[in-house]
Ligand binder design. Structure first.
Ligand SMILES: Cc1cc2nc3c(=O)[nH]c(=O)nc-3n(C[C@H](O)[C@H](O)[C@H](O)COP(=O)(O)OP(=O)(O)OC[C@H]3O[C@@H](n4cnc5c(N)ncnc54)[C@H](O)[C@@H]3O)c2cc1C
Length: 374
């Protein structure tokens, strides 16, 4: 049997779940919407593997507006637990600190320079060579599981049909609709398809005959450490100003990443021991704490377009194909604003208080299509 929908969203990670929920709400039940996920449960890939943080500068000045626009929704929904962010620098890195501040001077983020004394009060045990920092008071941990479930629940309440174990295998255009082939799981028809397939978004586009945008999945590793002394509960998210590591506490443990960006094919990413060892080596150059155990390690794929900005919008030259991809390392903290904007662009609806200030042209797929190698 072929199921008929108006809109089919491919991928039920944070991107797919959030835009499906927003499409259902904005369309006020007028559209039949399917949310199609290849795996047994939504959130198995990148969404389930993040560092669960909202860092206001993350991704650069053109991502900041999305992060800030999403802030109230995350806060009001109870998905945030305040935690400061701290970019730390060694003696001799003054120019890097100044360049960082300069880069965000026009952004509405709060950044405050700290000297050694304040830094060692916030990060007890920090080694003497680390002499300065940039403090961001308005960052937070994000309840990623809670946010993802919230969007799945909103989608369900809005009448969206979730289909797990539905891996799109092929697509073709017939009679003004897309015909979607899920193999043994069945077939669907839909007028509009949303490509929210994360690391697989370019592969999915090819199935529709749409020119890929040059998406590159990059592997990122996280290790959970048990350390002595136990990290203070209010320890900031601590990032290296040169981008060599970050760490933060989680339930009296440390989540540590070497900030790796290893190019990968779309896959079920797994951590490499070398990256874990590198992370530990860097961590030991920061604090004098003893590492008692590496309790857990994981890796996920952060997927970037060539200019490291996402793509939200219809594919130029192909009817009924909407990009919602390239969420990179900020797809959780930007999700509410990205999904609202994406749904408004797809349905041709006006902006609202959340999205009114966003410059959608920054994220338009046609900025990439012309010069991207196929
Ligand atoms: C280690 C790490 C740390 C991170 N930390 C943060 C952070 O602190 N803050 C933050 O905001 N972001 C962070 N991110 C980034 C964030 O996790 C991602 O931007 C976000 O999860 C991307 O969501 P997504 O829905 O696009 O991708 P995914 O969650 O990967 O979802 C895509 C889905 O599409 C499905 N799919 C693919 N192909 C098909 C097909 N053919 N048919 C059907 N379904 C298909 C997949 O099965 C998958 O479930 C981090 C990422 C990593 C890896």
């Amino acid at each position: 049997m072929t199921e008929q929908f108006d809109i089919a969203v491919i991928g039920a990670g944070m991107a797919g779940a959030s835009i499906a929920a927003e499409l259902a709400a904005l369309g006020r039940g007028k559209h039949r919407i399917a949310l199609c996920e290849a795996e047994d449960f939504p959130g198995y890939h990148t969404t389930g593997r993040s560092a669960a943080f909202r860092e206001e500068c993350y991704g650069g000045p053109d991502i900041v507006p999305l992060t800030l626009a999403a802030g109230d929704y995350l806060h009001d929904g109870g998905f945030l637990t305040p935690r400061a962010g701290l970019y730390i620098a060694r003696a001799g890195q003054e120019a890097e600190v100044a360049a960082f501040q300069e880069r965000f001077a026009e952004s509405d983020v709060t950044i405050r320079p700290l000297g050694r004394e304040e830094l060692s009060a916030m990060l007890p045990g920090i080694r003497a060579e680390w002499t300065r920092a940039l403090h961001q008071p308005n960052c937070a941990d994000i309840d990623v599981g809670g946010l993802h479930q919230h969007y799945l629940a909103r989608a369900r309440e809005g009448g969206v049909t979730l289909r797990t174990r539905h891996r799109l295998l092929d697509a073709s255009r017939s009679g003004g609709d897309w015909r979607l082939d899920f193999g043994a799981a069945g077939e669907m028809r839909a007028a509009i398809v949303v490509d929210a397939a994360g690391a697989w978004a370019d592969q999915v586009a090819r199935q529709f005959g749409v020119e890929p945008l040059g998406l590159q999945p990059l592997r990122r590793t996280v290790a959970q450490l048990r350390v002595d002394p136990k990290p203070p509960a209010d320890l900031p998210l601590t990032l290296d100003i040169s981008g060599d590591f970050y760490f933060r506490p989680d339930n009296a443990r440390i989540w540590l990443s070497p900030h790796d960006e290893t190019p990968s094919e779309p896959c079920d990413a797994a951590p490499e021991e070398l990256d874990v060892a590198l992370a530990i080596d860097r961590f030991q150059s920061v604090v004098d704490w003893r590492i008692e155990a590496v309790e857990r390690r994981w890796a996920g794929l952060r997927s970037f377009l060539p200019d490291r900005l996402p793509a939200y919008g219809y594919a130029p030259g192909t009817e009924g194909f909407f990009w919602f991809a390239g969420q990179g390392g900020y797809g959780i903290q930007t999700a509410p604003a990205a999904a609202r904007l994406g749904a408004q662009l797809l349905l041709g609806q006006p902006r609202d208080a959340m999205t009114g200030e966003l410059d959608a042209k920054l994220y338009a797929p046609d900025r990439l299509a012309a010069d991207t190698p196929v």
